[in-house]
Design a protein around this ligand. Structure first.
Ligand code: UT7
Length: 321
């Protein structure tokens, strides 16, 4: 066993200025603020302005600056960058390589990962393993998405759900200390047989995000509950030991069902989807940052991250702050 743990030093985020409210969506779609709020919990989302386009790399860079400043690390300190995104700037070069060059992280390797809304949990797991194994000392884990450009804005079953944004954590190696802190456990799971429930084709004329919402909903609750329990057990903890759950922000009803399944009160769950909608790989760091700034994340806090998305891909981890 390695005597190194990786510790989350900081989180930083970026969202575009443009706010799209449910009321504004009522203006061009057969839907209502009441329906969207009641069925999803979402009131508004941020989207990239067509007049001032931004890419996943652009937003990832801005969020990285915020995270690096908070962590007190410089570009030269960064050994590796992983970007989780399903809306990359290009098939290649990777979005991560653009982030690396813009940040001038000249010592860092960089690559992208694709695990849809579980992307952040996957990227954090891989980065953790790289840090613990000694491959890297300090890493940026980025989730960044420009989902607005993948949406069919006439499909009310999907376009009302999503938003754009980016979030980054700085991960750093630390010699194991007492009391222990850093990432204690992680769990990953995939079920490719469910791939057609939620997809964004790379080719063809129908390059829009499509989803069988109802079925995705049921699997999401089941997978997130199972993944949460597995990461908690692997960490040698009990659900009651967890101070804060930071779930992927897809739908308040999914999050409430998760809390109910785990018998955890909602005041132990970070939720901010009312402001940002579902930002896929950026949603966990966006909710995590808000909870941290609100004083809900303190030294020694035990935090559970859990995400689920297209693939299906599921990921969870427990860390001590
Ligand atoms: O990030 C991970 C991936 N995504 C998710 O986890 C999302 C999972 N799914 C969901 O959040 C929900 O399934 C939705 C919010 C997408 C839909 O909510 P629902 O309660 O599952 O509604 P439904 O699809 O069963 O549709 C119920 C009714 C239908 O009308 P009829 O057939 O009963 O007349 C829909 O046509 O609601 C209608 N509907 C809408 N009505 C107004 C669907 N979308 C809308 C809408 N506005 N935007």
């Amino acid at each position: 066993m390695s005597d190194i743990k990786s510790r989350i030093l900081s989180v930083g985020t970026f969202v575009p200025d443009k706010v799209l409210t449910n009321k504004e969506i009522e203006g061009f779609l057969d839907t209502s603020d009441e329906w969207i709020t009641a069925r999803t919990g979402i009131k508004e989302r941020r989207i990239v302005d067509k007049e001032h386009p931004m890419s996943a790399a652009d937003m990832g860079v801005k969020a990285s600056y915020a995270a690096m400043e908070r962590a007190g690390v410089t570009a030269d300190d960064i050994d590796g960058i992983i970007v989780a995104t399903f809306t990359p700037d290009n098939f290649f070069p990777s979005t991560a390589c653009r982030v690396q060059s813009d940040l001038k992280c000249n010592n860092a390797f960089a690559f992208d990962m694709s695990a849809a809304c579980a992307g952040f949990a996957y990227a954090l797991t891989v980065a953790n393993n790289m840090v613990v194994s000694g491959q890297a000392r300090t890493m940026l884990v980025v989730g960044s998405e420009v989902i607005s450009k993948t949406l069919d804005w006439s499909d009310r079953g999907t376009c009302i759900l999503f938003g754009d944004g980016a979030g980054v954590v700085v991960l750093q190696a630390e010699k194991n200390r007492n009391p222990v802190r850093g990432i204690l456990s992680s769990y990953l799971f995939s079920d490719g047989t469910l791939g057609d429930l939620l997809k964004l084709p790379a080719w063809g004329d129908e390059r829009f995000l499509r989803m069988k919402g109802n079925e995705v909903f049921k699997h999401a609750v089941r997978f997130m509950t199972d993944a949460s329990l597995r990461a908690i057990t692997k960490a040698g903890l009990d659900v009651n030991d967890i101070d804060l759950i930071v779930p992927h922000q897809a739908n308040i009803r999914i999050i409430s069902a998760l809390a109910e399944q785990l018998s955890v009160p909602m005041d132990k769950v970070a939720v901010n989807l009312e402001k940002y909608g579902n930002t896929s790989s950026a949603s966990i760091p966006l909710a995590f940052e808000e909870a941290w700034l609100d004083g809900r994340v303190k030294d020694g806090s035990k935090v559970l991250f859990v995400g689920v998305g297209g693939g299906f891909s599921v990921g969870s981890m427990v860390c001590v702050m």
